[in-house]
Design a protein. Sequence first.
Length: 147
Amino acid sequence: MAAVIAIGGSVYCLLIYLPRAEKDKKERDENSPSYKILDHLAPTVFASLLVLVGTGIYFLLVNYTAQTGLKPGYYNLFGIKMVFVAGAFFVSMYLTFSLRVQISDLDLNPKNKGLVPETLKKMIGLSRMVLALMTIALFLGVWLARF
């Protein structure tokens, strides 16, 4: 469920909604659709990734004894998947707790209004990167299920 929320929400927001909503917009500011969407998307994706990591660790701990008869190459593929998961997790954490915070409190820090267009551009690019990392990790997880 968490993967569906993270990947589905990111696909809708980044690939469907934002290109159409910003079609005629020339500049991103605190009233632009990208500001509003990314303010909600970043913490949602981070929480979903946190749930995915937590349930993955729980699954490994509970099913530890059932992992003795796996085919060769399982742990190699699992390690590659963990690299993508860790990358998505830490980039999402940077988006949520660093970039989003820079522009989320514009009422308290009006000097940050000049940072909004550049920060939003960076957030969109990093959100697309998180989407790609999550999608690759999801497909590697499906492939691991075959072992």
